[in-house]
Design a protein. Sequence first.
Length: 109
Amino acid sequence: MIAKWGIDYDSRNDMCYPHPCCPKCGEIVLKNRNDDGYHCISCGIPIELEPDMEKWFKKREGKKVRLEDCWNGCGGKKCVEVVYVRNKHTLKWQCAGGKCRKCGMHFIV
């Protein structure tokens, strides 16, 4: 099945944006973790993308990790690995989570 354009919601910015969606149920399509394929988050069926949709996903790929001081009270310096991913609507980097290598504190956003 070939994906169609649909709408997804960005709760951080309270805005809707176009997103490749399943032609069967209308839910968003995500990239598989194990391979380069894509699937519907609801049906789970494999989905093919058109070239413009592949470019859309390519722009939103990647993550970066920054080391920051721990705010949990362990006093560690540059020991919290904070992971940033691109916002699918704005393409700006946003915090997704992190973990302190010293005290084990972790968080998910």
